[in-house]
Design a protein around this ligand. Structure first.
Ligand SMILES: Cc1cc2nc3c(=O)[nH]c(=O)nc-3n(C[C@H](O)[C@H](O)[C@H](O)COP(=O)(O)OP(=O)(O)OC[C@H]3O[C@@H](n4cnc5c(N)ncnc54)[C@H](O)[C@@H]3O)c2cc1C
Length: 452
């Protein structure tokens, strides 16, 4: 029985790991199109700076990831405690994001009227309609100002998304369930806190957890998985298409060769899987192609510390769309984790593009660098030239869970079930983060082992 996993991002690699952990003799081959595995997880080292070209870390509140990290013999690195402070750029300055309800009431980030509107939230009736956009939900429950200044930048920070099209249910399921269960977010939070006190467990509506990575960056986990898989991972092997024979699958590679497999998992982005399965199933291919991936660029700028007057004590800042700026936000990477910049230097990592400004991310590298320097001058008062600059463009970055996403993924799962031994996985379906990918791969491994 040969199983081929197409795509060597964290989804494909961790799936192979979970399968082999339980059945070491299983005949598994992972095919990765690039010369090295990792997908959106690559770490660049430049003159002592450590630049993440995509994924910056994962939250330490989901056991599967930490379990995997520990089994691989790796030491996770929690972000610095003093990097908990997050800022929102609003009214021409960086405002500290309040960390507690009392701090929130005292904060000037929202007007008095905006804060009072939030306190009205428990009196807003529960939504009885269908799939609702994040923008509609947040405005309805918390008011326009809280939506624009708090919720909108959060959507940029996590999904680089457009709240006007994002599905609340698919993007923030916990929040959706809070309203559905308790009729109000505030009431729900109070109830969860009470439960937490009783059980001693930490609960909340947000993702919670502490941002975690590794001393040498996120690629550490990819290197460990790559070493574990050895020859079972074949890089530089793009798959073009696949088709079904009576009881097996034929996999057509870019170099003109064909492989045969009894089972296939596509752990590739949905648009890639869509192209691959065109001959296998036209409808499946069509539904997969509906999941959009706007462009996003990451601009890393390294500076000698004394060039920057701004206090970098914190995580960084996000920019609400209504501010009309050209960046989504900037992470102060060297404040978050050690080893991101040489002694005496700092590293700032800025995102541009996303669902609302996708084309901007595709501008030439020099233009993007110029835009970021311009914006950092306006927002943080940095007028100095950076000592290093790196621009990473993801022409198709983060999959967007827009209205109707749940139906799409249900239809995709239904169509896949028509083909014995055929599965799809990855961050297009059941959660966009590294933690989701690993958890979903673990569950898929169990299903595959039962099927065999
Ligand atoms: C800029 C950016 C920042 C992010 N930051 C974070 C973060 O800090 N934390 C977090 O949790 N998540 C973050 N994410 C989300 C992140 O993408 C996912 O969490 C996760 O890395 C996705 O893994 P994956 O394996 O599902 O997909 P991918 O990483 O996209 O892997 C898919 C793999 O398939 C390969 N492939 C493509 N076509 C073919 C083909 N034809 N044949 C064979 N192989 C093919 C690709 O080369 C790739 O290796 C970020 C995403 C982006 C774009």
């Amino acid at each position: 029985m040969r199983l081929v996993i197409i795509g060597g991002g964290i989804s494909g690699l961790s799936l192979a790991y979970f399968l082999l952990e339980q059945r070491p003799a299983l005949d598994i081959l992972v095919l990765e199109s690039e010369q090295k595995a990792g997908g959106k997880i690559w770490t660049d080292k430049i003159d002592g700076f450590l630049c993440e070209w995509g994924v910056n870390g994962f939250l330490d509140n989901r056991p599967k990831t930490l379990e995997l990290v520990s089994k691989l013999g790796l030491t996770p690195l929690r972000s610095n405690d003093n990097a908990r402070k997050r800022f929102i750029f609003s009214n021409g300055r960086l405002n500290l994001l309040p960390e507690s309800p009392t701090a929130f009431l005292a904060s000037n980030l929202l007007s008095v009227r905006g804060r009072l509107r939030i306190l009205w939230e428990p009196f807003v009736p529960k939504w009885q309609g269908g799939d609702e956009t994040l923008a509609h939900f947040a405005t309805r429950r918390l008011g326009r100002e809280a939506y624009e200044k708090l919720i909108d930048p959060m959507a940029s920070g996590i999904f680089a998304g457009d709240p006007e099209t994002m599905s609340l249910k698919s993007c923030f399921r916990k929040v959706y369930l809070l309203e559905q269960t308790y009729g109000s977010l505030i009431r729900g939070m109070i109830n969860l806190q009470k439960e937490a006190k009783k059980t001693g467990r930490k609960v909340g509506a947000g993702p919670g957890g502490v941002l975690t990575s590794f001393f040498d960056g996120m690629e550490t986990v990819i290197q460990a998985l790559t070493a574990f898989l050895g020859e079972r991972l074949r890089t530089g092997s793009p798959v073009v298409s696949l088709d079904r024979k009576t009881t097996s699958y034929e996999i057509f590679l870019g170099d003109g060769t064909t492989l045969s497999a009894d089972a296939v998992v596509c752990a590739t982005p949905a648009f890639v899987t869509s192209a691959m399965v065109k001959e296998l199933d036209r409808e499946l291919s069509a539904v997969l192609s509906e999941i959009s991936y706007p462009s996003i660029s990451v601009v890393c700028l390294g500076y000698r510390r004394e060039k920057i007057r701004q206090n970098l004590d914190g995580f960084g800042f996000l920019v609400p769309f209504r501010e009309g700026r050209r960046i989504l936000g900037t992470l102060w990477d060297s404040s978050i984790f050690p080893n991101r910049a040489p002694e005496g230097y700092v590293l700032l990592r800025t995102m541009l593009g996303g669902a609302r400004k996708s084309d901007l991310a595709l501008e030439p590298e020099d233009t993007l660098k110029g835009i970021v320097m311009d914006e950092l001058r306006g927002i943080m008062g940095i007028s100095a030239e950076p000592d290093i600059a790196r621009v990473y463009t993801h022409p198709r970055g983060i999959p967007q869970y827009t209205i109707g996403h749940e139906q799409k993924t249900a239809r995709i799962a239904e169509l896949c079930r028509k083909y014995k031994g055929f599965h799809v996985t990855g961050n297009a379906y059941g959660g966009i983060g590294v933690n989701d990918c690993i958890e979903n791969s673990s569950q898929l491994a169990q299903r595959i082992l039962q099927e065999i």
